[in-house]
Design a protein around this ligand. Structure first.
Ligand code: 5AD
Length: 358
């Protein structure tokens, strides 16, 4: 039998790799992904300090543990002083970037966030990534002008029907791809990603997701397994109906599939920044992050959110690092990186793809 290609892919070979289960074949994929990672982005692993600013959200995405429809014991919004303390902690720890992430909290207004972004820039000089959901162009431009460098917005799945079933409209229809394109025009480095094993997700649509990362020339791609959040529609009847509609083509939400997606993304998007995500570390607490780094990933996002808020930001249950302090997360992650013979990146870790185009 002819071997599946590990370069010059077409969409069918992405699909063939996704359903491949022979350990010897997969070793070939892992090796190639690690080689390409080493050649194209090197041995540095970039650390981004994650600050979970608010667990309030106006949307009701069917999977998410901080959505309007999910049971949340307490709603919080960090204040400016707390956010600045967390950003300074990231600086002190040597992280080159802070990521400000939150649900679509109406209290996060354009001017409020612009003030925080400019203050972080002025006082720390760190690269700033925002991950604040679907926002108006006016807000996005204001934040970019205030000093935001990057924006993360996962499109979650390229299957339009499934997308609409799990993302109820708010005002107008949700269109994340369009926002990504507009943000690129504003000069943001753009990041996206998907969940793996969403109920109703088929192998074919997953192959298409990976294909789109390349087509859209994405600077950062974050992927992780879908994990059921209790009390959300995707932990109930909707999930059963969607799984039934996918039938035998339903993608599992397991670590092996997530690692295949990371490796294939590295091969299709060689100079893109790819994190070993918290969801991967959650589904496999001992090996997830390390395997991600060995199979294509070059970024980790250690949490610097104050302990009192961490347990309230449960997009899914049992999120890795929830009961750790920022200091413990840092030491654990740094020792994992060093144990692989990799180095910790110094500086902002801007995507090479973005640097070549600017
Ligand atoms: N399982 C896995 N990932 C999730 N996210 C949200 N809810 C879940 C879940 N139940 C991911 C989404 C979102 C990111 C911030 O967290 O992909 O874009």
């Amino acid at each position: 039998m002819p071997q599946k290609p590990v370069e010059n892919f077409d969409k069918d070979s992405v699909l063939a790799w996704l359903i491949e289960n022979s350990p010897a074949e997969l070793d070939r994929l892992w090796q190639k992904a690690d080689d390409v990672r080493c050649q194209c982005v090197g041995d540095d692993v970039w650390l981004r300090g994650l600050i979970e600013v608010s667990n309030n959200c106006a949307r009701s995405c069917a999977y998410c543990g901080i959505s309007l429809v999910a049971p949340r014991p307490k709603i919080y919004l960090m204040d400016k002083a707390e956010i600045m303390d967390s950003a300074k902690k990231a600086l002190e720890y040597g992280y080159g970037t802070v990521v400000l992430q939150a649900g679509e909290d109406p209290r996060i207004t354009g001017p409020w966030m612009a003030d925080i972004v400019s203050c972080i820039k002025r006082e720390t000089g760190l690269a700033i990534t925002l991950s604040l959901g679907e926002r108006s162009d006016e807000e996005l431009k204001m934040w970019r002008e205030a000093g935001a460098d990057r924006y993360l917005l996962r499109f979650e799945t390229s299957d339009e029907k499934l997308y609409r079933q799990i993302h109820p409209d708010l005002g107008g229809p949700s269109n994340r791809i369009a926002q990504l394109e507009r943000m690129r025009g504003m000069g943001y480095e753009i990041g996206t990603g998907i969940m793996i094993g969403l109920p109703g997700q088929t192998w074919k649509s997953l192959a298409n997701d990976i294909w789109l990362f390349r087509k859209y020339g994405i600077d950062m791609v974050g992927v992780g397994p879908f994990l059921e959040s209790p009390g959300t529609p995707l932990a109930g009847e909707l999930s059963k109906a969607l799984r039934a509609s996918a039938g035998d083509s339903q993608v599992p939400s397991d670590d092996l599939t997530a690692l295949k997606v990371i490796a294939l993304t590295r091969l299709l998007c060689p100079d893109t920044n790819i994190p070993a995500t918290t969801a991967l570390a959650t589904i496999d607490p001992t090996g997830g992050r390390v395997h991600g780094l060995q199979r294509g990933a070059n970024v980790v996002m250690p949490n610097v959110t104050p302990a009192e808020y961490r347990s309230l930001y449960q997009t899914y249950p049992g999120k890795a690092g929830t009961n750790e302090t920022a200091d413990v997360s840092r030491h654990k992650i740094e020792s994992q990186i060093l144990s692989l013979g990799r180095t910790i990146g110094k500086g902002p870790g801007t995507s090479l793809k973005y640097l070549q185009q600017h």
